[in-house]
Design a protein around this ligand. Structure first.
Ligand code: SF4
Ligand code: SF4
Length: 328
């Protein structure tokens, strides 16, 4: 059973990290994997809190730096220079947080369960990693936490695109009853169903896989594989055989991701912080705490169960969903 520390006061950060043997990170270059938020998003982790983590890592004589990767969609985060500019706009500067910011857009191929994932070079070359993940909703995965921080955020944009394309629907006409449910749940209006016509606009399709999950008649299957399965495998490609401390910030829990400029509304009150050495345990604990307050809120809001990434993560040996929550 994995240990997950829970606390609500930032003053307890130091004690929580001690519990996970942060001293072991001494003398290492440590990437702090962080999604620094899309332009106009309000909910990404704030520089003041990130600085507390950087200070803790420096206290044990590590050489920390913030790390993220470029993204597949258009906007500032699409390019290295654009993302560097955005990091400054959001307050992630050497002056404010006390360490450098590196945006990686090169990858090293790692094969997990017979599929290739190009892991950000800085992650691949690190032995010790700190993961700061903001827990919030997500259009394709229900929830985004530690698994998503690496599964999508730790790989190159080519791998991100491949994962999304692999989750697009393949249509099986004979099984379709034209109920229209797939079109109702599609977050990108990429499907139209009328009488006996099913239409897929591939240009609008984000490859979230929500329609496939929603069709209970087996009329849709994934082009390659369930997006949340690919996500768990990709996360494993990033962190396997490495020493990682995971911190989940379970606050400002919006319906949508930090990559969404319009992530509102907030769907659950602030809860606190979790620390663990297991990405599956910490995401399951985060989800359970949220469900205790707002049952199934991610599934209701985003039409997809976040439990799938946790189940797949456990199946492929990324971590364990069974945990012991210790409050400090
Ligand atoms: S949900 Fe399935 S059965 Fe219903 S219209 Fe869509 S593909 Fe057809
Ligand atoms: S994969 Fe997502 S975006 Fe594409 S059609 Fe299905 S629900 Fe819509």
């Amino acid at each position: 059973m994995k240990k997950v520390i829970f606390f609500t006061d930032e003053k307890n950060l130091h004690n929580a990290l001690e519990d996970f043997d942060i001293e072991n990170f001494s003398d290492k270059k440590v990437p702090v994997k962080l999604h620094m938020g899309e332009l106009k998003n309000k909910y990404y982790p704030k520089p003041n809190f990130v600085k507390l983590i950087i200070d803790e890592l420096k206290r044990v004589r590590t050489y920390p730096y913030l790390l993220d990767t470029t993204v597949a969609y258009s906007g500032l985060r699409h390019s290295k220079t654009g993302y560097e500019k955005l990091a400054k706009i959001h307050g992630f500067t050497l002056k404010k947080i006390g360490c450098n910011v590196i945006i990686d857009n090169t990858g090293v191929p790692v094969t997990i369960e017979n599929r290739k994932y190009d892991v950000a070079e800085h992650l691949y070359n690190s032995t010790h990693i700190f993961a700061l993940s903001h827990v919030k909703g997500h259009v394709a995965t229900g929830m985004g936490g530690a698994i998503k921080n690496f599964g999508m955020g730790g790989v190159t944009k080519e791998t991100k695109i491949r994962m999304h394309h692999g989750s697009r629907p393949i249509y099986h006409k004979d099984a379709c009853i034209y109920c229209g449910i797939c079109a109702e749940v599609c977050p990108f209006n990429a499907l139209k169903v009328k009488k006996d016509v099913w239409k897929h606009n591939i240009k609008s399709c984000f490859g979230c896989g929500v329609c496939v999950d929603a069709c209970k008649n087996n009329a849709l299957t994934y082009k390659d594989v369930d997006f949340q399965y690919a996500l768990a495998c990709s996360a494993k490609a990033c962190v396997q055989n490495k020493k990682v401390i995971y911190l989940n910030e379970v606050k400002r829990i919006a319906k949508s991701c930090d990559c969404d400029p319009f992530a509102d509304p907030i769907i659950c009150p602030d809860i606190g912080y979790l620390v663990s050495d297991d990405p599956v345990a910490i995401d399951k604990a985060s989800l359970d705490l949220i469900n205790d307050i707002k049952k199934d809120v991610f599934e209701i809001e985003n039409n997809i169960s976040p439990l799938k990434q946790i189940k797949y993560g456990e199946e492929i040996g990324l971590g364990s969903s069974s945990y012991r929550l210790i409050e400090i």
